[in-house]
Design a binder for this molecule. Sequence first.
Ligand SMILES: C[S@@+](CC[C@H](N)C(=O)[O-])C[C@H]1O[C@@H](n2cnc3c(N)ncnc32)[C@H](O)[C@@H]1O
Length: 176
Amino acid sequence: MAARNPCIGPEITREWSLTLPRACSILDLGCGQGVPISEALIGEGFGVYGVDASAKMVGAFRRRFPEAHAQCASVEESDFFGRTFYGVVASGLMFLLSTDVQALLIHKVAGVLKSERKVSLYISPRILRVAGRADWARLNLTRITVYGQILDAEGLSVVGERFDEGQNHYFFTLKP
Ligand SMILES: C[S@@+](CC[C@H](N)C(=O)[O-])C[C@H]1O[C@@H](n2cnc3c(N)ncnc32)[C@H](O)[C@@H]1O
C-alpha cells in the first residue's frame, strides 16, 4: 500500500470515466486499497464496486470508502455482485494473472457489462519492462495482438490505447 504511487493512473481513469453516463456503476477489479483508482471514480460521483482477493486490501478499502461496495474474492470466483455495470476497470491486475485466467476474466467482464452501452478498460502495467528494449517491443506487440484477439472474441473492440506516467499500458474497449 505504501509503495503505490498515487499519481499514476487516476487522471487517465478519470478521463475515461467521464465518457460514461453520470453517476453510473463501475466495477473495479483488483481494487486494492482503492487509492487512487476507485478514489478518482468515487470523486466523480460514480457508484464503485471493488473486488480484491486480499482481506487486508479490502479492509483498507472499506475503511477509506464506506459508501462504496467491496467484496473480498478472487476475480476468478467472484460473482461480481450479481449485477451489471456500465464500466469495468482493472488496474494493475492483468499482469498478475495467468493467460488462462486473463481470458476467463475478459469473458466474465463481457458478461457483466450492460447490454446497451458496454465500455471497459483494462490496464496491463509494466509487465514487460524488465525485459530488454528489443524484447520489450517484440513481447509488447505479441501481448497487444493476443489481447486484441481475446477481446474481439468476446465482442469487445479495442477503441484506444494509452500509456500513463508509469508507462502502464491501457486498453480501452467498447461493445456498441
Ligand atoms: C498491483 S495491485 C493494484 C491495486 C489497485 N488496482 C491499484 O491500481 O492500485 C494488485 C491487486 O490485485 C489483487 N489481486 C491479485 N490477484 C487477484 C485475483 N486473482 N483476484 C482478485 N484480486 C487479485 C491484489 O490483492 C492487489 O490488491
